[in-house]
Design a protein around this ligand. Structure first.
Ligand code: NAP
Length: 289
């Protein structure tokens, strides 16, 4: 979206939204969200704020003072933002991170839409039924936490988490052990787990630009017909997904997660369904340009 297009719509009733991070100038959220406002006719403008960690408190005061309605939060502020909010949704609390803030008349409420955005995308684009499925999650970082939380609500047969640092996988499995059948395994057991899995999800950064030749596992471990899913969307089709496709798997890339985490945020802020197809079109065009 150009400044001219945004400017055409801005008046005294325009509601402000934005994303904070450090760095932030690479973010595709502003073009995606401004397209969503245009598409739905909502009088809103969404911009990117470069906020350093020492200004988080000031930023929250600014949001309250200026009546900014909604904020997305990205690296490195997903944890430290929690200390300046008035309320945190139970899911975000369990995940331990906030990526979306709703400003309700000065009360700042934190949510996490990463995991639910991922699961909505997985169901829409790759596998509509997650109940009864055996799922392997590779990695146990911030994104994995949101995903395991959201997958736990889908009645999978089992979620197996493997991570380079086993302790982190164990801690994650333990956090959600009351919600689903979850186990943590060492990387040495990953081959076995993948051979039995219906869905294998890479939540690590292995294969992300610029290290695009790296893969998290050998695709020969996958069952043909299983779903191979990758959170990475730069590149859109990672080496892991290319090899899984050659193996006869259904593949699912990370773009849908990005779109849908934004779609949930849009819905929390506006109470309206997000124009997901238009949002995807805009981000895809930006990524390919
Ligand atoms: P994070 O919290 O830093 O976690 C990184 C994870 O990757 C950890 O499990 C880490 O293992 C593992 N890892 C990193 N390098 C590795 C290596 N060389 N070998 C083995 N394991 C390695 O990061 P995050 O926020 O969870 O993000 C993870 C990925 O998801 C990134 O690629 C990010 O771009 C992507 N992501 C996508 C979306 C989306 O909207 N599509 C949203 C969020 C994140 P250790 O615990 O052992 O360090």
């Amino acid at each position: 979206m150009t400044i001219v297009e945004a400017g055409n719509r801005i008046d005294s009733n325009t509601i402000l939204y934005g994303v904070i991070g450090n760095p932030i100038r690479h973010s595709k959220s502003p073009i995606m969200m401004n397209r969503a406002f245009r598409e739905t006719g909502i009088n809103g403008v969404y911009t990117a704020f470069h906020i350093t960690s020492d200004r988080i408190k000031d930023f929250a005061a600014g949001v309250r003072a200026m009546g900014i309605r909604g904020i997305n939060v990205t690296i490195p502020h997903k944890l430290d933002i929690m200390a300046v909010l008035d309320d945190i949704d139970a899911g975000a609390q369990a995940i331990g991170a906030v990526n979306t803030i709703v400003n309700d008349d000065g009360k700042l409420i934190g949510y996490n839409t990463d995991g639910i955005g991922y699961v909505r995308s997985l169901k829409e684009e790759a596998e509509p039924v997650l109940a009864g499925k055996r799922i392997v999650v590779i990695g146990a970082g911030g994104a994995a936490r949101g995903i395991v939380y959201a997958l736990s609500a889908e009645q999978p047969a089992r979620i197996t988490i493997a991570n380079r640092s086993l302790d982190r996988a164990k801690e994650l499995a333990n956090t959600f052990k009351d919600k689903a059948e979850i186990e943590a395994v060492a990387n040495e057991s990953l081959q076995d787990a993948c051979q039995q899995a219906d869905i294998v999800i890479n939540t690590t950064s292995i294969g992300m630009y610029p290290n695009m030749d790296a893969v998290p596992i050998d695709a020969q471990w996958l069952k043909p017909g299983a779903v191979a899913s990758d959170l990475i969307y730069n590149p859109l089709k990672t080496k892991f997904l290319q090899q899984a496709e050659q193996r006869g798997c259904r593949i699912h890339g990370g773009l849908g997660m990005f779109i849908n985490q934004g779609a949930f945020a849009f819905e929390y802020w506006t109470g309206r369904p997000a124009p997901v197809a238009a949002m995807r079109e805009t981000v895809l065009a930006a990524l390919q340009s």
